[in-house]
Ligand binder design. Structure first.
Ligand code: IMP
Ligand code: MG
Length: 179
């Protein structure tokens, strides 16, 4: 285990098993359809790679990037699109893939922006959900794991752009961010 990690919440094996389940559920729910899967960078890149390979349907993949926490551990409430999707989504079955739903600011704002482009449907798939921290009325259609209010890293999630490459998800030691 990494020295900055207090505790492993989900091992590589647990993550793989849950992501396979989510892929199977999405495959059933969208049977007969093509899905436009859009990941919110950067935190969801690892989840996106595993999840899309667990979906047995015709899909397209696209990416967008929004402003994040910088080096803090709580959302500023200001969301800015840094990189937009490359392709139009009008008439598409849009599945947004996110690493973690925390205050809800990011997805609350993004859902509005993307809905205005008139996709046939919008659903949200988040690997992690921290419902205790929610300040916006938003919920995900697919949730990998619901977690308590702790700052987690690994499997794509960062603190100050580090720890994304840890193969598990762990709680970061508060001493690392001066907590
Ligand atoms: P929200 O806008 O507050 O819902 O925050 C969503 C974004 O905050 C996520 O996409 C992450 O980039 C970041 N975030 C929230 N909680 C954590 C965490 O525990 N670890 C790492 N990043 C987090
Ligand atoms: Mg982040």
């Amino acid at each position: 285990m990494h020295q900055d990690v207090e505790k492993i919440l989900f091992s590589q094996e647990q993550l793989q098993a849950r992501v396979r389940e989510l892929g199977a559920q999405i495959t059933r729910d969208y049977a007969g359809k093509e899905v436009a899967v859009a990941a919110i960078l950067r935190g969801s890149y690892v989840f996106m790679a595993d999840l899309t390979r667990a979906i047995e349907l015709p899909i397209t993949v696209d990416f967008m990037s929004v402003s994040s926490y910088g080096s803090g551990t709580s959302s500023s409430g200001q969301v800015e699109i840094k990189k937009d999707l490359s392709d139009p989504i009008e008439g598409k079955e849009l599945l947004i893939v996110e690493d973690i739903l925390d205050s809800g600011n990011t997805l609350y704002y993004l859902s509005d922006v993307l809905r205005a482009r008139k996709p046939a449907s919008i659903r949200i798939c988040t690997l992690l959900d921290k419902p205790d921290r929610r300040t916006r009325p938003i919920r995900a259609d697919y949730v990998g794991f619901t977690i308590p209010d702790a700052f987690v890293v690994g499997y794509g999630l960062d603190y100050d752009e580090k720890y994304r490459n840890l193969p598990y998800i762990g709680i970061l030691k508060p001493s690392v961010y001066g907590g």
